[in-house]
Design a protein around this ligand. Structure first.
Ligand code: PMP
Length: 384
């Protein structure tokens, strides 16, 4: 079999070789606890400081504004629960209907505990209804949480505009920027968001490491108590993870512009190739306001799971719906919120590329897809 082709980079990414190399000593002989005040602890503490600076540089933040976490799920929870504690009198919270489950499910839970929750609707191109946002946010609103880019469609949201709406009413603003970091510029010295979540494993760092940005001046209560991270997140630091994330951010700061230009070219080639080969196919999400690595296409009435399993057999990994909700045959909540029917949502596939994706891999996908379409169409005709 040929080398497998990985086009599911919004689910997780390969650890960059440079990241692995930077991490290795901290998995091997540099094992001190960064809180220890001796020769084993001190160099580790210093290295964490360097990694923090590298992450801060990529985000346009100050190192003191960053808290290392176990990933974006924890960052999202710390941000949201912390924001509510900072605005104790306010009982309204706002998010979008197309958020990641780590935000959506928490908001649903908060709704059950007495908060008035608004899930902003989106238009057919995936963009949120900003009129509803304007109408919804009041002096009673504690928090607005809007992701920077969507994991399923790649649609980029008007975060800067939404921060303005929230701030106008004294609400806090959080953004889940997991799918934006390393793909498009995110600069917190220009964007006044209060809280921002990052996940390492979406930008070629390992799983189990993330960051929460907390704007200077905000003192959030922690989710996990302890002395680490200046009392903002307890638990002995995931040192190799932190070092890896620092390196991944350095690499993104250096290479993102060129890498993503190339990735955009490959994504567009793939998308146009599919649209040409499959007349019933169409792109989910506005064609222009998207991160450069993501293509989500609806294949008419074809069963996405059937396409996926045939691609899988040929060594090509893609995703039908989000990886986090796979295992069931429920249509994607993101696509149905955009107005796709259940059948259309179940006919949709996400291709997500990375800087390691090659033109040969894209050509291979375009080569095998027509055969799969023919086979499935023939099966459909037989079934009637
Ligand atoms: N938010 C978004 C938009 C994501 O894509 C993911 C990962 N699927 C998460 C949050 C959760 O990140 P983690 O796996 O680091 O908890």
């Amino acid at each position: 079999m040929m080398n497998p082709i990985y086009l599911d980079n919004n689910a997780t990414t390969r650890i960059a070789p440079e990241v692995l190399e930077a991490m290795f000593p901290y998995l091997a002989n540099v094992y001190g606890n960064p809180s220890s005040q001796h020769l084993f602890g001190e160099p580790v503490k210093r290295r964490i400081g360097e990694a923090r600076s590298a992450v801060a540089a990529l985000l346009g933040a100050s190192p003191t504004e960053l808290v290392f976490t176990s990933g974006a799920t924890e960052s999202n929870h710390t941000a949201i629960m912390g924001a509510l504690a900072m605005r104790p009198g306010r009982r309204e919270i706002v998010t979008m209907s197309v958020e990641h489950p780590s935000v959506l499910r928490l908001f649903r839970r908060l709704g059950e505990t007495g908060y008035r929750v608004t899930f902003l609707p989106v238009h057919s191109d995936g963009a949120p209804d900003m009129d509803v946002l304007q109408e919804t946010v009041t002096e009673e609103t504690a928090l607005v949480s809007m992701m920077w880019a969507n994991n399923e469609t790649g649609v980029v949201f008007p975060v800067t505009e939404a921060v303005g709406v929230a701030k106008n009413k004294g609400a806090l603003f959080h953004t889940d920027a997991v799918q934006a970091i390393g793909k498009i510029p995110v600069n917190l010295s220009e964007n006044p968001a209060d809280l921002l979540s990052v996940s390492g494993h979406k930008l070629h760092a390992p799983k189990g490491i993330g960051v929460l940005f907390v704007r200077k001046g905000l003192t959030l209560p922690p989710l996990l108590f302890g002395h680490q991270e200046r009392g903002r997140r307890g638990g002995t630091e995931n040192v190799p993870g932190i070092v890896g994330l620092g390196k991944a951010c350095e690499l993104a700061a250096l290479g993102m512009a060129d890498d993503m230009e190339r990735v955009r070219g490959l994504r567009d080639r793939l998308e146009q190739g599919i649209l040409r080969a499959v007349p019933t196919a169409r792109v989910n999400g506005g064609r222009h306001g998207r991160v450069p690595n993501t293509a989500n296409l609806c294949f008419g009435t074809m069963d996405a799971e059937a396409i996926l399993s045939r691609l899988n057999r040929l060594g090509i990994a893609v995703s039908a719906g989000s990886a986090c909700s796979s295992g069931g045959t429920e249509p994607s909540h993101v696509l149905t919120a955009m107005g796709l029917s259940r059948e259309e949502a179940l006919a949709s596939i996400r291709f997500s590329l990375s800087r390691y994706t090659t033109i040969e891999e894209i050509s291979k996908v375009l080569e095998v897809l027509p055969g799969i379409m023919e086979e499935l169409t023939a099966m459909d005709l037989v079934r009637g």
